[in-house]
Design a protein around this ligand. Sequence first.
Ligand SMILES: [Zn+2]
Length: 63
Amino acid sequence: MTTEPAWLTKQTADDTVHAVPLDDGVVHDFTSDCLCGPAPQVVPGGVVLVHPSLDGREHQETP
Ligand SMILES: [Zn+2]
C-alpha cells in the first residue's frame, strides 16, 4: 500500500507557482519568504517554488 504525497499547488503570479505540502506541521506562506525556505525550480514558462515539508516527502521518490 502506498500513500500518495499530498501537495497543494497555487499560482501566485503569471510565471510563479507554489507547491506546498498539505497537512504539514507548519503553516506555509505563498511567498519566497516562507519560513520553510522554498527552493525555486525553473520550469518551462516560469518558476515553481517547492516548499519542503517537515516529513521530507519530497525526497521520497516513487520507483
Ligand atoms: Zn513553505
